[in-house]
Design a protein around this ligand. Structure first.
Ligand code: SAM
Length: 444
């Protein structure tokens, strides 16, 4: 089908669907709250949705978030027609193995039109959530960008187009029958003409790398030579997250924190709420934590959830809630507990972890590796543990988080939890394994 000819139809259909969703019935979510010991008060400002982002955005509209988000920054699938995986290192006690469970797909049965329908409907929802000072950044590649540009011109208005940022990098293959493709495209639109914009600075090296010594122009010197600071241009040279980078979490399309930091610092202030509805490994939340911004993120992948929780548990400063819709459980954990009444401390000793591998889609090689580990060191498969209690509404309140040690590739098996003030509560333990299987067990 002719893509150009179908764009008006895609727009009309998506607009009608958007109106239906807005007026439709509310979704019900399982709720968890992660209380971080580093946060001084108990306010919950941040949200992680594990579901299709349509449900997440509908829920935000139902909760009164219409026109509340100052920045939406998304990195959706680009119509690459590929499947993406997550790289995980695991140990059987003697040897290290690498498995690559499926993370998400960017394949479309009905081709590019189906892809455009997916993104168009969601862009209508995002516009509704964007504040009057808000900006949206949509990360694409050179093949999808021109079509999405036309769609965004329609939804946001041609005169609300602010920039096309070219993110250029060195990584990736070399072109043999074309120029090597070394950039992504980021479309930037604002909701109105009064948007937040804080110009960022970058280095501009002097000709000959020598000082100019102009009157009233500040000059600096580094190991390359002399430079001045100028307002950031729309071509950004930032390295991809490399194999040895300390921020790397193994998620196939993880974006560099520096890229998101530029966007956040340019288009928000400290009172802003920032959202990413295709969050993958949770890079946006991680950068928001570094820069004291409130965040809302969503992803529908099982693997994405465990990657995000681990990433945040290692660094997070603030409380957040997790809202999810589906929870199939194909795994179980065996453990013992002892309670020290005088000190109000529960000692949890993990014994064994099992997964029903029949129910899980995995490559043959990965399945064999996991099977070996299940037989020998099954606890090494647990990536994340949350311990807490259920409040009156049935929400699970996590007071202690533990994640698998990235160097030793194992999880703490002997856990002490202080439950003073929680003597009347039932205590639960949640595990999520390296491929995203969840267990929730009452332990006390
Ligand atoms: C390109 S990746 C994002 C990577 C991310 N920027 C990072 O730094 O890790 C796109 C993500 O969108 C998610 N996704 C795709 N369609 C979605 C949908 N309808 N709702 C929620 N998440 C979706 C995929 O699971 C995938 O994790």
């Amino acid at each position: 089908m002719d893509i150009i000819k179908s764009i008006p139809e895609i727009l009309e259909k998506s607009k009608a669907e958007f109106k239906e969703i807005k007026a439709g019935k509310k979704h019900v979510f399982d709720k968890e709250i992660i209380l971080n010991p580093n946060q001084r008060d108990d306010t919950i400002k941040n949200k992680l949705y594990i579901c299709d982002n349509i449900k997440a955005m509908k829920d935000l509209l139902d909760r009164g978030y219409s026109s509340k988000l100052d920045l939406i920054c998304i990195d959706p699938p680009f119509f690459t027609k590929a499947n993406y995986s997550h790289r995980v290192e695991i140990s059987d006690g003697l040897k290290k193995h690498v498995i690559k469970p499926f993370a998400y797909e960017d394949t479309w049965k009905n081709g590019f039109i189906e892809y455009l329908e997916m993104i168009t409907l969601r862009l209508f929802l995002m516009k509704e959530l964007l504040s009057q000072r808000g900006t949206i950044y949509v990360h694409l590649d050179s093949k999808a960008v021109h079509y999405v540009k036309i769609i965004m011109d329609y939804i946001f208005g041609r005169n609300r187009f602010l920039n096309e940022i070219i993110w250029s990098y060195k990584s990736g293959g070399t072109g043999k029958r074309s120029f090597s493709r070394k950039h992504d495209n980021i479309l930037v639109y604002t909701k109105t003409d009064s948007y937040i914009f804080n110009p960022q600075k970058e280095k501009s090296y002097n000709r000959g790398l020598k000082p100019y010594r102009f009157k009233d122009v500040k000059e600096y010197e580094d190991e390359v030579g002399w430079y001045t600071l100028v307002n950031l241009k729309d071509v950004w040279d930032i390295n991809m997250v490399g194999r040895t980078s300390s921020e790397r979490v193994g998620y196939a399309t993880q974006k560099p924190e520096k890229l998101l930091e530029r966007i956040i610092l340019s288009s928000t202030d400290e009172s802003s709420i920032v959202a990413d509805f295709f969050t993958g490994s949770g890079t946006l939340a991680s950068v928001c934590e570094n820069n004291n911004r409130r965040w809302i993120i969503s992803d529908m992948g099982k693997v994405s959830e465990v990657v995000i929780r681990k990433r945040l548990s290692n660094k997070i400063q603030s409380n957040y809630e997790v809202l999810s819709t589906e929870n199939d459980s194909y795994s179980s954990v065996e453990l013992d507990t002892n309670y020290d009444e005088n000190k109000s401390i529960v000692n949890i000793i993990l014994r064994k972890y099992s997964i029903d591998l029949e129910k899980i889609e995995l490559g043959l090689e990965d399945k064999e590796i996991i099977n070996t580990i299940l037989l020998n060191n099954s606890l090494n498969l647990i990536e994340y543990i949350g311990i807490g209690y259920k409040d009156k509404e049935g929400s699970f309140i996590i007071i202690k988080e533990i994640s698998r040690n990235t160097k030793k590739l194992n999880i703490e098996e002997n856990i002490l939890v202080s439950i003073s003030n929680l003597e009347n509560e039932m205590i639960y333990l949640k595990t999520i394994d390296i491929i995203g299987n969840i267990t929730l067990k009452k332990i006390f």
